[in-house]
Design a protein around this ligand. Sequence first.
Ligand code: SF4
Length: 446
Amino acid sequence: MNPEHPASWPWHPELLARPVPRYTSFPTAAEFGETGADPFASNLAALPEGEPVSLYLHIPYCHEICWYCGCNTGAANRRGRLANYVQRLRDEIALVAATIGHRARVSRIAWGGGSPNALEPAQFIGLAEAVADAFDTSSAVMSVEVDPRAFTPAWSDALSESRTSRVSLGVQTFSPTIQAAIGRVQPEASIVQTVALLRKAGVESINFDLMYGLPGQTPGDLRESIDRTIALSADRVAVFGYAHVPHLIPRQRRIDAVNLPDAEQRFRSAELAYRCFTAAGYAPVGFDHFAKPGDALAIAAHSRTLRRNFQGFTEDSAEVLIGLGASAISAFPGALLQNEKNAGRYGMRIEAGQLATARGIIRRRPDRVRARAIERILCQGAADLSALPDLDRVRRALRPFELRDLIEWRAGVVQLTPPALPYSRAIAATLDPFRVENSGAFSNAV
Ligand code: SF4
């Protein structure tokens, strides 16, 4: 997308009034139904030899649970439970590799959760070795999500030993007052120390996750967190709007909603982040990420090879993603398939020697056309919509954006104009036939 922006982002609240998905997949997980494990087994068995695959390993445990968090995670307070989960994950790695039937080439290994560093470093190394035994990981890029509150020198050694080159830190905000209001008290010293340890361990790319739309958060608070992020020289930054949906995420009931910023304040926060990071020399990536120009993510955005998957914007080009662990989602061109969400039920399935997939959706050709177009809108700011079966309906749905000069048409290609960046998700949602009726389960578009 053209990074040039007008003096101030134009505010059209009527275009952002409808909650929309983040579109880390299409169809979204809200459309998943019961599938059992058969589609997963058949997709694994049909993987062509030599086809690069990405792996995602989900660790659904954290040292402390943050009140805002919508992830599938629980407290890592019972060693036996964690050890049991690690064993099931090892079993699943072996089972999936056996079902593929050849030594699949892995281009990317992403560890997320929860907090992978809720594990003992030795457990992490053991799992990484199990992956290397089961797959060809000789050229794999390894990335790990890290909770700075629980990061230790021993973990730094484990990342170095496993040749981890990317780490994402949950930072959210540097403000102690706001940290208390969201149940994530995280002294700045822990972030500074974690960054120093990661650099020493040879990690090339460090991402900071930041949040706006937090209770009581002023533009000054956000600015302060952005300035600290830049001062600590984060290579990548993801800036998320907090979605307050306590009816869906009960732990958010502990957050006092009285002081939450309103829709326009959220919009201006996203704009502030955009302006600060681009002024500091970061390249905008998609609608909410930023990266230093030499970082692989910025290079992908510049060369128009940026992709979007369950981890957000990525330079990973693999068409197949295999999710391992409770609730992990696998993506094949023809299907999205999710493991049992509950760690106990997941463990029982694996212990019984079965693949753990429970839910998902089969993607027919029209779904794949739509998925690619949505991804293009979010990653490149333009998409050829001429193959959409409901192009007339989509054109009508896009008319309000066209009238406000946020999109232009060139034959069947829709092109977002520079001021359309904060409207990207809302524009993408017009392609989604599932959203015409149903939007209750999603967050504000900014
Ligand atoms: S550490 Fe991360 S995954 Fe764990 S509860 Fe907090 S935000 Fe959620």
